[in-house]
Design a protein around this ligand. Structure first.
Ligand code: 3PG
Length: 396
């Protein structure tokens, strides 16, 4: 259901679930406001319609405890800057301070409710406990707009339960994310290539298993590549290695072969004696990693192979950096993948989290990619073929 399905919103209290889980530095400065920028289309649509906009969001995982380190105060300040309207931060998510802030607000203003995860009921596994908390949240508003794409895979009170109480609709960000990711996942133009990186295979097991029957090519990089190389029988030195996943990975290699999926692994790798920005980097073949060195990026031959595979694809989805891109000496592999995607005419999707941050910090023009997702876990679960509770609840 769309925002229009909620009717005339002038003077109405609209509760919006946004994902403002943004990275902060030690001084509580927001280091990447991508998720705040991505929330603007929905927020300005509602403000322009004369709604009273009440936003609920989480920051980090404060585990149901009030903790000033996880306050949404920096988000409230940035939100006021980027929207140009009055933003009031209510001290609590529900209760007297929330009710008072909403009662005092005018049309075209925003009340941001304090971190919803300060309340243990938000993430409770007990349906009744979550529902009771959702009812309190719902009582603050007339209608609900779900726009926190990054959190729609969570069956949590402010994402799922509240949508069963109030008239509910998907916001513009959630719609755009689902449309773009579904285009890649459900009906991809082929060849369909998926680039997977990041540190752990164990985070991507469901995704890999699903893609082995969907994708034409799977390109593996990042820390997880070393478990694949070990499954091939190579020594990986002191690289990240999940020994308990080697048998699973061997199974993937066999399934890829049986299904005719091209599974590409690094043929060379950048190694160093330590995980440090200034560690001396050398390039070695993937089957010749010295015992005292760790792989921290894919090598130049691998980067060229992967760029070639990307340039001959019609759909490319990328999740997870190819190396430790935060350190200049180990950023080349991630840069090469980003560059090949940005230059390609294919439908290109970057799936959230670290790869989206990589593209921004490495200075790529975001408009050269078809879609950069704001969701980490949520986009991975879509790639896994899972039904997301925060989305299915809006379809009912
Ligand atoms: C994210 O950062 O991926 C989302 O905000 C979800 O956060 P969570 O994994 O703590 O639920």
């Amino acid at each position: 259901k769309t925002i229009e399905s909620l009717g005339d919103l002038k003077g109405k209290r609209v509760l919006v679930r946004s994902d403002f889980n943004v990275p902060l530095d030690a001084d509580k400065n927001i280091t990447d406001d991508g998720r705040i920028q991505a929330a603007l289309p929905t927020l300005t649509t509602l403000l322009d319609a004369g709604a009273k906009v009440i936003v609920t969001a989480h920051l980090g995982r404060p585990k149901g405890q009030v903790n000033p380190d996880y306050s949404l105060a920096p988000v409230a300040a940035r939100l006021a800057e980027v929207t140009g309207v009055k933003v009031t931060l209510a001290k609590d998510t529900v209760g007297e301070s929330a009710r008072a802030a909403v009662a005092a607000m005018s049309e075209g203003e925003i009340v941001l409710l304090e971190n919803v995860r300060f309340n243990a009921a938000e993430t409770s596994k007990d349906d009744a406990e979550r529902a009771a908390f959702a009812a309190e949240l719902a009582a603050l508003a007339d209608v609900f707009v779900s726009d926190g794409f990054g959190v729609v895979h969570r069956k949590q009170a402010s994402v799922y339960d509240v949508a069963t109480i109030l008239p509910a609709a998907a916001g513009l960000l959630v719609r755009k994310e689902i449309e773009s990711l579904s285009r890649a996942v459900t009906n991809p133009e082929r060849p369909y290539t998926v680039v997977l990186g990041g540190s752990k295979v164990s985070d991507k097991l469901g995704v890999i298993a699903n893609l082995l029957s969907k994708a034409d090519r799977l390109l593996i990089g990042g820390g997880m590549a070393y478990t694949f190389l070990a499954a091939h029988g190579h020594e990986v030195g002191t690289s990240l290695l999940e020994k308990d996943q080697i048998d699973t990975v061997k199974g993937y290699l066999a399934t890829a072969k049986a299904n005719g999926v091209e599974l590409l692994l690094p043929v060379d790798t950048v190694v160093a004696p330590a995980f440090a920005a200034d560690a001396p980097a050398t390039v070695v073949a993937a089957d010749a990693i010295p015992a005292d060195q760790m792989g921290l990026d894919i090598g130049p031959k691998t980067a060229a192979l992967y760029a070639e595979a990307i340039s001959t694809s019609k759909t490319v989805v990328w999740n997870g950096p190819m190396g430790v891109f935060e350190f200049e000496a180990f950023a080349a592999g991630t840069k090469a993948v980003a560059k090949a995607m940005s230059e390609s005419d294919a439908f290109t999707v970057i799936g959230g989290g670290d790869s989206a941050a990589a593209v921004r910090t490495l200075g790529f023009d975001e408009s050269t990619f078809s879609h950069i997702s704001t969701g980490g876990g949520a986009s991975l679960e879509l790639l896994e073929g899972k039904v997301l509770p925060g989305v299915s609840v809006l379809e009912g």
